[in-house]
Design a protein around this ligand. Structure first.
Ligand code: ZN
Ligand code: ZN
Length: 212
């Protein structure tokens, strides 16, 4: 891999993040990509500038300055992770924040795949995945959306190759088998908003155990 990011956050997703409309899990992934990517950082700043202008316009129509201050303070509230431009090893700032200073606690999923669930609630989950070279995350479909950001190494699936900083977006229409490329373990940050649908019977039986 050349080290150049080729798979970015789509504009609609960046806009949703800028507006605070993404779940915590997806926000961690978007904030992590933006932390690694000057192009999406510029895009995010543009969205925030536009959002600020819209809010100013609203005030001139009907909103009292007190309400406007309330809205602004809500927008400033830290309920979504922000991009952080310091990093620790392969982990961007938002991942370090999610780890709360600890090292990853890898739990084996079998077949060369390990995970550390960073957070999980009704809206979704975000986890680190550690995949040995040549090993695959089991073939699966998705009930919702899945965001996968590469932090170390690279993987390939039916749609292409993803290196450090690249973001893959999978939805109901994609069934894929991500396989870590040769040349070192692949570490990914992955967020989902619904349970994955595994195609093979064994992974499906183990799904409650793995909490994927
Ligand atoms: Zn980007
Ligand atoms: Zn997937």
């Amino acid at each position: 891999m050349s080290g150049v990011i080729t798979h970015h956050v789509p504009d609609a997703l960046l806009a949703a993040y800028a507006a605070g409309n993404l779940s915590h899990a997806f926000s961690v992934v978007v904030a992590s990509h933006v932390s690694m990517c000057p192009q999406c950082r510029a895009g995010l700043e543009a969205h925030r500038a536009v959002g600020g202008v819209l809010l100013e316009d609203t005030e001139t129509v009907a909103v009292s300055s007190g309400l406007k201050d309330d809205i602004l303070s809500m927008l400033d509230a830290p309920f979504i992770p922000e991009p952080v431009y310091e990093r620790s090893g392969v982990y961007p700032g938002p991942v370090m924040q999610a780890l709360k200073g600890r090292a990853p606690r890898w739990k084996t999923l079998g077949m060369g795949v390990r995970q550390d669930i960073l957070s999980k609630d009704k809206s979704g989950s975000v986890r680190l995945l550690h995949i040995q070279p040549g090993q695959a995350v089991p073939d699966h479909g998705h009930n919702g959306m899945e965001l996968t950001l590469v932090l170390q190494g690279s993987f390939s699936d039916e749609t292409g190759q993803f290196g450090v900083g690249d973001l893959e977006i999978a939805d109901e229409d994609l069934e894929h088998t991500p396989i870590a490329d040769d040349g070192g373990a692949c570490i990914c940050l992955a967020a989902t908003d619904a349970r994955l649908r595994f195609n093979a019977i064994v992974p499906r039986l183990l799904q409650p155990v793995f909490r994927i």
